[in-house]
Design a binder for this molecule. Structure first.
Ligand code: ADP
Length: 250
């Protein structure tokens, strides 16, 4: 069930210091528990919208409201690169947000170990990033974003650099985590297939200037799995979303 608004953008425009108008007039409300993809061609302002939602950059005009204020512990962020500290093992990387929030070491260790287990990395606590595959590093990065139990998880093309099989596995595991932990997910991608597989709703964006052009539901039940991925229903949704993306790029 999708509940009350977790984040609401009203008339949001962002112009960077160099004069680039990245997005103009974005209105977007995302409800508690939803899984929403921002889909669009490169340069249409997807990352800009995500970074404004995270409070990493301010809008030039318009309003962004977060439910319950904007306590930073309430938002987790996963970047395209895993961005792990190479000198720290997996456990210490995942502990970092907790330690920064003042959580005692023993409790942080225990919670970080649980977060690593939740992404399938039990037993890899002592591994350093250089000893982990790309997919495993991304799992550590997701564990680090979820260790504070955020209400909202923002992801910026997290799986774009991974091979297809690893990407499918991470898609499945992300949905399992989302269903278990009930966070709200906003996922940036330029992949039609990935957005349809994951999302309950797809917000299609166009470029020059970046703006929202369509907002489409993906009416298919969860849990989703390989049966959905190979179904006629999935193919039909992909066709519809692909057509919307083509319209956005015209
Ligand atoms: P997307 O995520 O859809 O690829 P971005 O939000 O990264 O799009 O970029 C939107 C537009 O803003 C692009 O034209 C990009 O070049 C520009 N842009 C992004 N970040 C900056 C920045 N820090 N300074 C100036 N221009 C930027």
């Amino acid at each position: 069930m999708v509940g009350q608004a977790v984040v609401a953008l009203a008339g949001v425009t962002k112009r960077y210091a160099n004069g680039t108008l990245a997005v103009r007039g974005v209105d977007l409300v995302v409800g508690q528990g939803d899984f929403v993809s921002l889909l669009g061609p490169s340069g249409c302002g997807k990352s800009t919208v995500l970074r404004m939602m995270a409070g990493l950059i301010p809008p030039s005009s318009g309003r962004i409201e977060m439910a319950g204020g904007s306590a930073t512990g309430d938002v987790g962020f996963v970047f395209q690169e895993p961005t792990l500290a190479p000198w720290s093992n997996a456990l210490r990387n995942v502990m970092l947000p907790l330690r920064l929030a003042g959580v005692a070491k023993a409790e942080a260790e225990q919670r970080a170990a649980a977060a690593l287990a939740s992404v399938g990395l039990a037993g890899f606590e002592k591994s350093y990033p250089r000893g982990l595959s790309g997919g495993m590093k991304m799992r550590v990065s997701i564990a680090r974003a979820l260790v504070t139990k955020p209400r909202l998880l923002l992801m910026d093309e997290p799986f774009a650099a991974l091979d297809e099989i690893t990407r499918h596995k991470l898609n499945n595991d992300l949905l399992t985590l989302w269903e278990a932990e009930r966070f709200t997910a906003i996922f940036v991608t330029h992949s039609v297939f990935e957005s349809v597989y994951l999302s309950r709703r797809i917000v299609v964006m166009a470029a020059r200037p970046g703006r929202v052009v369509e907002d489409l539901p993906v009416d298919a039940p969860y849990p989703r799995g390989e049966v959905f991925r190979t179904s006629a229903d999935y193919a039909a949704h992909c066709r519809d979303i692909s057509a919307a993306l083509t319209r956005a790029m015209e």
